[in-house]
Design a protein around this ligand. Structure first.
Ligand code: GLC
Length: 563
């Protein structure tokens, strides 16, 4: 039993102390048997979330949408998708969460809308006031205005016959980019933001927010880059100004905000997290540690990565970013245990090791649904089994570019990296369709649900779920785990990841054996053997980190009292 340590001299922020749980509603829980997860389905699970101990829910888009990109293509910002329920259902969810002191942040997707949004419909008809709502360019219908590529594969421009011009879409052709240079667009977005804040939400996750500002004149991008043009549409010249305007709206409310910046490096991210109003940013360098020289979406070097490279990136994020947003998975990433751990023999140990890492770093941790039970990647035998437009778009490009002849050549890549791994339905129990739906699920379940599911995880002592819950409890009790300084030990060790967290005279040591070997930790690294185990994913860890060999994927957190 460890004692609770709370400090009185800290500038506390609730969003720094919070543990966030991300919900992808389509795949979470279906309450009405239509095979699609929905809002009442989430409300049914509010007690489940409460028992895990999380403080904030980040809800992926639930707005009205034609679903070209599962809700990230919004048709109407002020209404709820029929399949997900009604606004009254959403209000009930908010009030049930708040009744348990769980806050709710919504996904704000304002780099682009759906093509079916009325703004785009008016814009393509050149209706007064809407002509410049999107990025329209003249040009020969056979020759896009520049070489920019869509993040989902293919060109970033589509010719619109109705208007007789090209429009820009950094993602799917169904997701035209809003023209933020136009002050009317910014006003319209401010209205949407205010409307939701007035409904009592607690903040936003800001989708693709580094792409709002595009370089003037739309210059061609470097032809050899994996995504041509990224340097002109990520972190653009007016981004700071646009974010300042948004931040001014947030500042009037007690919110947390986290921006997704897929294309921004660590220095750029730090510029934004030190702003008032934008609390933190998802920076992606650590997720790309598994990528080869041609970027993550290339069929080479799959699954090969070095722990020392990961440490180097995390050290920079921990040291240079004002307040990091911590994550190792989300709805756009493969399952973390398959990506960074061992989803075979050491699934439980490596899932709990990554959980220990996530919940003992400096920053706000984000848990993606299913991580708390160690859900793994699925297997997609053909492109027909894939739903995600990014995976299909990129595979088509790889075939068109001659990198692959057919799906068979990229099957390993898809099975390693596809966003769909995160989107297989949540595994609640071992009954038919894992208790996710009584109908036909919109997307096939991972067959391992008979073994990996919430019900069995809740029953089993030492399960992945059990460990997440204990880690969250520990973090809530220990200021040092939230606010303490991070210092990496053994930066060159290929198997052990060890670091301390220090606050005042308190020091916590985290030792992670990121390998399936047995490895010894040399306690002279920390200058003491006087330690107390705070938590471990093995039950027989001793209080002396030096006398013991660390077992495969062992993750032990010690309190060092006398240094
Ligand atoms: C973000 C979302 C992703 C979506 C894309 C376009 O990256 O996380 O799911 O496809 O933006 O909105």
């Amino acid at each position: 039993m460890t004692t609770q340590r709370r400090h009185t001299d800290i500038d506390r922020q609730w969003w720094k102390e919070a543990v966030v749980y991300q919900i992808y509603p389509r795949s979470f829980n279906d309450s009405d048997g239509d095979g699609v997860g929905d809002i009442p389905g989430i409300t049914e699970k509010v007690d489940y979330l409460d028992s895990l101990g999380i403080d904030v829910v980040w809800l992926c888009p639930v707005y009205d949408s034609p679903n070209a990109d599962n809700g990230y293509d919004i048709r109407d910002y002020r209404s709820i998708l029929d399949e997900f329920g009604t606004m009254a259902d959403w209000e009930e969810l908010l009030s049930e969460l708040h009744a348990r002191d769980i806050r709710l942040i919504m996904d704000l997707v304002v780099n682009h809308t759906s093509k079916q949004h009325e703004w785009f419909q008016k814009s393509r008809r050149r209706e007064s006031g809407y002509e410049d709502f999107y990025h329209w360019q003249d040009g020969d219908p056979d020759e896009p205005p520049n070489n920019w590529k869509s993040i989902f594969g293919g060109p970033a421009w589509t010719y619109d016959d109705e208007r007789g011009q090209w429009y820009l879409h950094l993602f799917d052709p169904e997701q035209p980019d809003l023209n933020w240079r136009n002050p009317d667009v910014r006003d319209a977005v401010t209205d949407v933001v205010t409307w939701w804040l007035e409904k009592g939400i607690d903040g936003f996750r800001l989708d693709a927010i580094d792409h709002l500002s595009k370089a003037d004149g739309y210059p061609d991008g470097e032809p050899d880059d994996p995504i041509n043009g990224l340097e002109h549409f990520s972190h653009g010249p007016r981004l700071r100004e646009y974010l300042d305007e948004l931040a001014a709206v947030f500042e009037d409310y007690d919110t947390m905000t986290v921006g997704e910046m897929g294309g921004a490096d660590i220095e750029q991210v730090d510029d934004y997290t030190s702003m008032d109003g934008l609390n933190s940013v998802f920076q992606f360098d650590h997720m790309e540690v598994t990528a080869g020289p041609n970027g993550p979406w290339h069929p080479e070097q799959l699954g090969e990565w070095d722990l020392t490279d990961l440490k180097e990136i995390i050290n920079r994020q921990q040291g240079e970013i004002d307040w990091p947003a911590l994550f190792f998975g989300n709805h756009d990433q493969p399952r973390l245990v398959s990506h960074f751990g061992d989803d075979g023999d050491y699934r439980t140990e490596s899932a709990t090791l990554i959980a220990t890492f996530l919940l003992t770093l400096r920053g706000t941790p984000y848990i993606y649904q299913g991580e708390e039970i160690g859900m793994t990647n699925d297997e997609f035998g053909s492109l027909e089994e894939v739903d995600d437009p990014m995976t299909t778009g990129i595979v088509e490009d790889l075939i068109a570019d001659g990198v692959a002849d057919s799906y068979a050549d990229v099957a390993d890549l898809v099975n390693y990296r596809s966003r769909d791994h995160a989107r297989t339905p949540m595994q609640w129990d071992d009954s038919e369709n894992a208790g996710f739906t009584t109908g036909e699920p919109w997307f096939a379940l991972n067959e391992n649900y008979t073994e990996i599911n919430v019900e069995s995880s809740l029953e089993e002592e030492g399960s992945v779920w059990d460990h997440y819950q204990r880690l969250i409890d520990l973090r809530n009790d220990e200021d040092v785990l939230v606010y303490g300084e991070y210092d990496c030990l053994l930066p060159d060790d290929e198997q052990l990841y060890a670091y301390t967290r220090t606050l005042g005279d308190e020091t916590v040591l985290v030792v992670l054996n990121w390998s399936d070997d047995t490895v010894t930790f040399d306690s002279s690294t920390v200058g003491t053997t006087d330690a107390e185990v705070m938590i471990s994913n093995y039950t027989d860890s001793t209080d002396d980190p030096s006398t013991e060999s660390l077992k495969p994927y062992e993750a032990t957190v010690y309190r060092l009292d006398s240094r």
